[in-house]
Ligand binder design. Structure first.
Ligand code: EPZ
Length: 430
């Protein structure tokens, strides 16, 4: 298993380029199942989860070509299977995004019920309830969700989510695009990735209004067609590198980003003392005095408020801020695993239910630590960059799921970070 070896204490300086958004590319790839024509996606990040999603589409019978590393050409002309198999779903729950398109286009879909993951049980009950509101029958057979459209086609309807769900909103938006009649989604997720998916679907001939707000209107159409689309920049990768500059007392120019997609994060980091300047609509300039950070409380909420996917990175930063910060996680039930690893590095953090109290500023010292999920791994990399001495992070396959070339990107701006593979990784265990 690969490891990262980081020697901390070096302020980052230089330019970093942001990749395409993993959490937009995943539903956009699934959307290609809605048409037999070719969908071309540009700026798809070269990360593990997208390789898994492509494999899923190929398993179903689609052809997936990559004329360039970050361009995917998907043609779902000959779909022979309608089931997302367990071995794929268990490695990546975003496979559930195949459900809506298969159900809408073929009137049938099976997806193995995704197990939970480190951060929570991750149910999909709200997705399934919404499909039933669109006229589908849904049953659970030996751990596999079986969904069918009795008349072969879904029927538009009012769909109200009792909780905001990002992939639930995406699944229903895709399914409703081919339903007969109008669908209105109430309490829809408002993330930028929802807007990006709606942009793609409308390019394919869908008729969607209101994406990015809490109410989305969809007029179903008979068929969808070919489209070409460029995936938006990854707002969480952007936020992660802003924190990397701040936590090392460095200075970074972050390119190919969209600051509007992470305003709540930028606002909170500025309040904590990070100097963030928008040089132009796609470039941020970030710097932070080594002792310039002040503790600020944060609560994670659905977009446009502070995203749960930045909570772990923010916690790492708050260990370097003067004062006590209270971090409240309201989206997932178990998203503080990084705290125990940060404590091993010298952080002073008290956890009480879904609240963490971080006492800063504490000197961090490098230690062997364990990554548990994608964003927790990012938090440990950030702590390692700030810590005295060496940090050895194990199970970095978590980070490879959602951060493209993070070692190279960080090395380029002065970080002392190396990926240990094979025997080198084993030797590091001794
Ligand atoms: C998406 O997950 C993201 N993944 C997650 O990013 C992100 O953390 C999350 O949204 C919240 O922003 C992708 O987009 C691929 P939810 P998703 O449905 O859609 C509960 C990362 O790090 N819920 O918005 O699975 C659920 O348990 C990943 O990139 C139900 O109860 O999240 C959670 O408490 C991690 N029933 C809350 O709603 C359902 O049917 C929000 O979940 C669905 C969700």
């Amino acid at each position: 298993m690969d490891k990262f070896l980081i020697k901390g204490g070096k302020p980052l300086k230089g330019k970093i380029e942001i990749s395409g958004a993993k959490n937009s590319a995943l539903p956009c790839l699934a959307a290609a199942l809605l048409t037999p024509e070719t969908v071309i996606l540009h700026n798809v990040p070269y990360v593990k989860d997208l390789i898994t999603q492509r494999r899923l589409l190929e398993d179903l019978g689609a052809t997936a070509l990559t004329p360039e590393l970050r361009t995917h050409k998907i043609t779902a002309a000959h779909i022979e299977r309608f089931e997302a198999p367990y071995e794929l779903v268990k490695t990546m729950r975003a496979s559930v995004l195949a459900l809506g398109p298969l159900l809408a286009r073929f009137g049938q879909a099976k997806v193995s019920l995704p197990g939970g993951c480190a951060i929570g049980t991750r149910p999909i009950d709200l997705h399934l309830k919404a499909f039933e509101q669109l006229g589908a029958t849904v049953s659970l057979e030996a751990g596999v969700v079986v969904a069918r459209a009795p008349q072969g086609r879904l029927v538009g309807s009012d769909v109200g989510f009792e909780k905001v769900t990002v992939t639930g909103t995406e699944n229903v938006m895709m399914a409703a695009s081919l339903a007969s009649g109008r669908t209105t989604i109430h309490n829809a997720a408002q993330e930028p990735e929802i807007e990006d998916l709606a942009d793609l679907l409308n390019k394919m001939g869908a008729r969607i209004k209101g994406a990015g707000t809490a109410t989305i209107e969809i007029e179903g159409v008979e068929a969808l067609g070919a489209a070409e689309h460029t995936i938006i920049p990854d707002r969480i990768e952007t936020g992660t590198f802003i924190v990397a500059a701040a936590i090392t007392g460095g200075e970074l120019e972050i390119k190919n980003c969209n600051p509007k997609h992470l305003s709540a994060v930028i606002e909170k980091l500025r309040a904590a003392g990070v100097e963030i300047e928008e040089l132009n609509p796609t470039t941020l300039h970030v710097k932070c005095r080594p002792d310039g950070l002040t503790a600020k409380d944060v609560t994670t909420e659905p977009h446009p408020l502070f995203p749960t996917d930045m909570q772990a990175q923010y916690m790492a930063l708050m260990t370097q801020a003067e004062g006590v910060s209270t971090i409240t996680e309201t989206i997932f039930e178990n998203r503080f695993m990084h705290a125990s690893e940060l404590i091993r590095m010298g952080a002073k953090i008290e956890i009480a239910g879904n609240t963490a109290h971080v006492h800063g500023k504490t000197r961090l010292s490098g230690a062997p630590v364990l990554a548990s999920d994608l964003r927790a791994s990012a938090s440990l990399v950030l702590a390692g960059l700030a810590a005295d001495g060496e940090t050895l992070i194990d199970r970095v396959y978590h980070i490879d799921r959602g951060y493209e070339n993070i070692v190279k990107k960080l090395e380029k701006v002065g970080a002392d970070i190396r990926r240990l593979t094979g025997n080198m990784a084993l030797a590091a265990e001794e």
